[in-house]
Unconditional design. Structure first.
Length: 348
């Protein structure tokens, strides 16, 4: 009797264990999907940034130097900017009687953002001819081949203002890297007499007074390699599958991005733009325009300059809070008009 019961007990225990495994297994299924959904596996499988390599794996400063000496680089380009010009605002940066051009404001705009552009023209986009601070403004857009009416409106706008730089590529969010590369190319081709280009989006507030002040703090020695913006360090690619910015390991295998300026606003010297225009052709394309800037800068060995006054997030307006602001995201319409007018009246 006793033997039988211990035998029974052992059997029951076995059955319990088997159930327990099944329970655990059933529990693990949702855990697995949650891990998968939030990209935990991808994060675990991503490579350390200290292993960072990115095509072309070349000594980029050396490649740029070879290019400058008129030598053909030993590798072929990875990107070709074959998009034709539709309009180029070619007279924009002519020196005329005013002397040095200090900054060209290069505003990446969406085709149908007519109101944003008009408000910028009436506020911070007003071109200045001060002795120590001369600015010009252009808007960079692509095309919509299916919308002739929109194209006609852009054409008329350009006839009125001569400030539209348009290239033939589809104007869409995920083509912002193309737009950025073309904007860099335009600056060097048509505006190389400017000392700086300030790249902006069309939903920004900018203070020319604070921009001027900031530029005067940049030492001459730093101008060869200079990009300033709101710099992200140790930002991670999003591995969450439902995210708009989801990145696979095939697209980018590392745990961190290199440091990069948030794309809404960053300031670059002409010397640096020149280097970028070469290096960008020899660097693998990524659809994240700001990350692309960071990758190219990393490959060129350029250390980015952080400015906490170029805001990628909106700070609610007060006269005081905006006193030192150089750029602020998400300021539109009458808000922009009021803020700009009030800040203009402040003494620097
Ligand atoms: C980007 O532009 C190119 C050239 O016009 C076009 O072929 C491509 O479909 C565009 N990509 C997106 C994501 O809109």
């Amino acid at each position: 009797m006793e033997q039988e019961s211990s035998f029974e007990m052992a059997r029951r225990r076995m059955r319990n264990w088997r159930f327990r495994y099944i329970y655990i297994f059933i529990l693990l299924i949702p855990v697995h999907f949650i891990f998968d959904y939030f990209g935990i596996y991808l994060m675990a499988r991503s490579e350390s940034f200290s292993e960072f390599k990115y095509p072309h794996e070349v000594d980029m400063p050396k490649l740029v130097a070879a290019f400058e000496r008129g030598k053909k680089p030993w590798v072929g380009p990875l990107n070709r900017l074959i998009h034709p010009e539709v309009s180029n605002a070619e007279d924009k940066c002519l020196n005329g009687v005013f002397g040095d051009l200090h900054v060209v404001l290069v505003i990446k705009s969406a085709m149908n953002h007519f109101e944003n552009r008009n408000m910028i023209r009436r506020t911070w986009g007003l071109e200045m001819n001060d002795l120590g601070f001369r600015t010009r403004r252009v808007f960079v857009v692509g095309v919509d081949p299916l919308n002739q009416e929109l194209q006609q409106q852009i054409h008329e706008e350009n006839v009125a203002f001569h400030d539209i730089v348009q290239y033939f590529f589809k104007d869409s969010y995920w083509n912002n890297t193309i737009k950025t590369m073309l904007a860099f190319k335009w600056v060097e081709q048509y505006c190389s007499n400017a000392k700086y280009a300030f790249f902006l989006d069309d939903d920004y507030y900018v203070s020319n007074r604070n921009l001027k002040k900031f530029i005067h703090t940049v030492p001459e020695s730093k101008r060869k390699n200079f990009i300033a913006g709101y710099i992200w360090t140790y930002a991670r690619p999003l591995r969450q599958k439902n995210s708009k910015w989801y990145v696979t390991l095939e697209e980018y295998p590392y745990f961190y991005w290199p440091p990069y300026p948030t794309a809404g606003s960053y300031l670059v010297t002409m010397e640096t733009i020149h280097k970028f225009n070469i290096a960008m052709l020899y660097t693998k394309y990524t659809r994240f325009d700001d990350v692309f800037i960071g990758i190219v800068a990393w490959k060129l060995g350029i250390r980015l300059t952080h400015s906490e006054h170029m805001h990628y997030y909106n700070v609610p307006y007060t006269k005081e809070a905006y006193r030192d602001t150089i750029a602020m995201h998400e300021v539109l319409g009458m808000d922009l008009w009021k803020i700009w007018n009030e800040q203009e009246k402040l003494i620097s």
